[in-house]
Design a protein around this ligand. Structure first.
Ligand code: G3P
Ligand code: CA
Length: 243
């Protein structure tokens, strides 16, 4: 079993995160998959942006949920990274799925609803995944456990994962009760015991954010199902060397 390489927010070391240039570079680098973050606009359009607030990664200010689709599309999501990417727009989930649906890549759609629990987000995302026929190659994830429960209520066949950066007591029991299919663990939580427990319970273990060769090596050795990395081009090289 080979550890899958998911480009974290696209190839986000080389291009502005969660934009088409970052996704395209990930594809060109031969990443197995793409991880991206979803928030909802005021008019409930799912858009790919990590933060609830547009300030860090665009030329705008304020919350995603206070922008309409028309308004958010006018923002420049590239200049903060480099002038080379000026006027790069925010991408909608629909645009992204339209681009990726004919590529044989796996997807991790992270629902960013742990700070703002957007109404109907799971249904909106699910319907788009279904319309683009990418459900089978997609893992939906969230730091919000209730959201992952709601996803399974919509469709028990949808693949889900719980995200955590914290050591939780009885983590495995917790995951079982949530009925998720996987665990997306911050790299510092990763150890042999966790990997063995996940394997025993048939839970896919993936780790973030894995950018250094030594970290990658550990994930490959522990046979993680996947890693989320900002540098998929390097991860591909290291995987050939170490796995
Ligand atoms: O999905 C893995 C990872 O992206 C979770 O953390 O903050 O980078 O979205 P964050
Ligand atoms: Ca993410």
């Amino acid at each position: 079993m080979v550890t899958l390489i998911y480009a974290h927010r696209g190839a986000s070391k080389l291009a502005p995160e969660n934009t088409m240039p970052a996704f395209d570079l990930a594809y060109q680098a031969g990443a197995d998959g793409i991880e991206t973050d979803v928030q909802l606009t005021k008019d409930s359009v799912p858009v790919l942006i990590h933060d609830e607030n547009v300030r860090r990664t665009t030329n705008g200010t304020g919350f995603v949920q206070d922008y309409t689709y028309e308004e958010i599309k006018k923002l420049d999501a590239g200049s903060w990274f480099s002038s080379k990417f000026s006027d790069t727009p925010i991408v909608t989930l629909e645009e992204f799925l339209g681009w990726v649906q004919d590529k044989s890549m796996v997807l991790n759609i992270e629902l960013k609803n742990n700070v703002i629990d957007y109404k109907n987000m799971e249904r909106i995302v699910y319907d788009l995944l279904q319309a683009h026929q990418v459900l089978e190659q997609t893992v939906g994830s969230s730091f919000n456990p209730d959201s992952m429960k709601r996803m399974k209520e919509i469709d028990p066949k949808v693949t889900t994962a719980f995200l955590t950066s914290q050591k939780l007591p009885d983590l495995l029991g917790y995951l079982r009760r949530l009925q998720v299919d996987g665990l997306h663990a911050k790299y510092r939580l990763l150890n042999k015991k966790l990997a063995e427990n996940c394997m025993q319970q048939n839970l896919a273990l993936r780790s973030y954010t894995v950018n250094r060769p030594a970290q990658m090596k550990k994930c490959f050795k522990l046979k993680c199902e996947g890693i989320f990395t900002d540098v998929p081009h390097l991860a591909k090289e290291y995987r050939e060397l170490y796995q």
